[in-house]
Design a protein around this ligand. Structure first.
Ligand code: HEM
Length: 647
């Protein structure tokens, strides 16, 4: 792969326990790079840095120095990982401490030098930073979110430098924080409010860094460098031994470096390390200059590091191979027949709309339900399905979904942690579909329990047995069986139950994960009208059915990757961003004659989950769990009004 993006590095880095541990396990190039970093003289006496990647910390909490150096190692190792996968920088951009890593990526420094400088510089800042002080972009919704997430009441202390960072401190530490501001910065503007504007005093980070770099940067960079540092930097860490995201100041000087890169023609930016906050800052400068930013980040808050890396890699592959790509052949292996994969939006959509060439009837498929049939047999079953689902529309459907979601979530509001799949996603999907099929109360409960279990051939048998055990058979189900005959009717109902519950369960989990993991929640609290757009973005980025299989006339089996199509940068601008203004048009529900007939129901269920979460549990955080699909911890709970909970 030959791809030469601009590698971007910022100081706006955050640490999480076991950060990079999944990448460490799964990617040999990353593991090797981390191990080498940890063996350098600068890190040899800090075993917790390596332990953090190896998942060996247990309950131990690394020191702040270990945390910051672990982030440094992570970034260096990600540069090496991208290199190992053929992606090298065409230029680098580094700000607010990211210059050091940028210099590494540009070949100015080797690994030892980079980590030695990092270690030499860090204690200065660590000593200087008071506890629990955040520097956050002023007026940003993210700032409010951070403040609300805090385990104690936070107060506004002041702002560092015009257009720079808002500082928040725990209410009890206002004076200490104020003193810090006065000592470390120079007040440039007093405002009418108690807050004051400050700008940095003393040798800036840039000056310190420039001095340190000057000593060792013997080599000329291999690629153009856009480096800029200025301003104070604060790193917040709660005193209650919980880990905190470190949020850097808004790097106003970033504008200059970015503007230079834009005018030199750079459009494609690959952010390395935990720096996804760079995107809005870069975008503002790109937009101001009428240039289109093509942004990919290697790591995302709220997403596992391995998943984020894989999706970034997929996006980079697109960029380098888009023009040439038509078919990719998946290597055959056990359980992997020799199938080709279609990935671009246009190709996948065309295949879905061409059933005469791309058939749903697969040679080895035991299933003879509508999903595996072509016209005309498919049309007959589809008509019966339409009848079955026709009652689910409009306000009635929205109310049904919201009431079900509310009733499921409410009993868990006092729990310290909630298992989203068990408490909400699975029972919601079963209750909504069950009600549409005429199942209710204990009959629904018994049916759902009998049908539940792992996916696959066993699921078919379980659901058929549950259908056969129904007595009496509810009217809508009876009618389907009467219209199609016992054999086909049972098959249709079985297929419907699986199609309508498992996908929704996965969709709800992705929705809650996204809601807890990015800044959209604050926006949705202010603008609930955007909930539907949010749901569509979640589905676009995480299609619960990521791959559909077809048989191409005369060619064999083809997999249509909805996931890749939905992230095709040739079709979606800035495809990896959750963009609430994006026009719908994703393929998560398929297209053509098999397009999901339950799409309206699914959207209503997911939107209901978002509304009810915002209403009852406006603040929650995602909890890492090796066993549960998704755990969340409520932080702020609202008691529902009596009218809102009426059922
Ligand atoms: C987020 C949730 C859902 C997603 C992402 C989803 C996705 C899809 C996709 C991609 C297909 C097309 C399969 C193909 O072309 O081979 C499909 C088909 C189907 N879906 Fe859904 N679905 C969801 C929820 C539901 C629900 C709630 C129901 C029922 C209430 C349902 C019922 C069906 C049925 C019956 C088919 C087969 C249609 C046919 O073959 O003509 N789905 N679904």
């Amino acid at each position: 792969m030959t791809s030469r993006p601009l590698f971007a590095f910022s100081g706006a880095a955050w640490y999480r326990p076991a950060m990079g541990a999944a990448l460490y396990r799964a990617e040999p190039a990353f593991r090797d790079a981390v191990d080498r970093c940890c063996e350098t003289p600068a890190l040899r006496d800090l075993p917790d840095v390596a332990a953090s990647f190896r998942g060996e910390l247990g309950d131990r909490r690394p020191s702040k120095l270990d945390q910051l150096l672990a982030v440094g190692v992570l970034i260096v190792a990600q540069v090496d990982l991208w290199r190992a996968h053929g992606v090298t920088p065409g230029a680098v951009l580094g700000v607010s401490g990211g210059e050091l890593n940028a210099a590494y990526a540009a070949g100015m420094l080797d690994r030892d030098e980079t980590l030695r400088i990092a270690r030499t510089l860090l204690p200065i800042n660590i000593e200087r930073d008071p506890h629990c002080l955040f520097g956050i972009e002023a007026d940003s919704p993210e700032a409010k979110l951070m403040a609300r997430r805090a385990p104690c009441e936070m107060v506004f202390v002041g702002t560092v430098a015009p257009r720079s960072s808002m500082m928040l401190a725990p209410a009890g530490e206002r004076d200490e924080a104020r003193l810090y501001l006065e000592k470390a910065t120079r007040i440039t503007k007093e405002t009418a409010t108690p807050a004051a504007y400050h700008s940095p005093r003393g040798p800036s980070h840039r000056e310190q860094l420039a001095a340190a770099l000057g000593e060792v940067a013997a080599r000329v960079p291999e690629v153009p460098c856009y480096l800029a540092s200025e301003g104070g930097r604060t790193v917040g860490q709660a005193k209650d031994a919980r880990f905190w995201t470190a949020v850097s100041v808004r790097p106003f000087y970033l504008d200059e470096a970015t503007a230079a890169a834009v005018s030199d023609g750079w459009r494609q930016v690959l952010a390395v390390g935990p720096t996804d906050r760079l995107e809005p800052w870069l975008r503002a400068t790109f937009d101001a200059r009428g240039a289109r930013l093509d942004f990919v980040t290697s790591m995302r808050e709220g997403m596992s590091d391995l998943r984020a890396w894989r999706s970034a890699r997929r996006a980079m592959r697109w960029r380098s191979a888009r023009r040439a790509l038509t078919f990719r052949r998946r290597r055959p292996g056990p359980g992997h027949p020799d199938v080709r994969v279609l990935e671009s939006y246009d190709e996948v959509r065309t295949a879905l709309l061409s059933p005469e060439r791309f058939s749903s009837t697969l040679p080895a498929r035991l299933d003879r339900s509508m999903a595996s049939l072509d016209s005309p047999h498919h049309d007959q079953q589809r008509a019966v399905m339409r009848g079955l689902l026709s009652t689910a529309r409009g306000e009635r459907l929205d109310r049904l979904c919201e009431e079900a979601a509310r009733a499921l979530l409410r009993p868990h509001l006092a729990d310290s942690e909630i298992d989203v799949a068990d408490a909400l996603a699975t029972p919601l999907s079963e209750q909504v579909l069950g009600r549409l099929l005429g199942l209710d109360g204990t009959q629904l409960q018994r049916f759902a329990e009998a049908a539940r279990g792992p996916f696959g051939e066993g699921a078919r048998r379980r659901v058929l047995a549950a259908i056969d055990a129904l007595s009496p058979v509810p009217a809508p189900m009876r009618q389907a069986i009467d219209e199609l005959g016992t054999h086909e009717g049972r098959d249709l109902l079985r297929m419907l139950w699986i199609a309508g519950t498992d996908t929704v369960r996965r969709g709800v989990v992705s929705t809650v994960r996204t809601l807890g993991g990015n800044g959209c929640r604050v926006r949705l609290l202010d603008a609930p009208g955007l909930v539907d757009a949010f749901v569509d973005e979640v589905l676009r980025l995480n299609p619960p059915e990521p791959i559909l299989r077809r048989r191409e006339a005369g060619c064999g089996v083809v997999d249509l990757s909805l996931e890749s199509a939905n992230r095709d940068p040739g079709h979606f601008q800035n495809p990896l961003a959750t963009d609430l203004e994006r026009r719908p048009g994703h393929l998560a529900f398929g297209a053509g004659p098999h397009r999901c007939p339950g799409a309206t129901i699914a959207r209503a269920e997911l939107a209901a989950v978002v509304r009810v979460m915002l209403e009852l549990m406006p603040e929650f955080e995602l909890v890492h769990s090796p066993t549960a699909e998704l755990l969340v911890r409520p932080k702020a709970v609202r008691q529902p009004s009596s009218s809102a909970v009426a059922e």
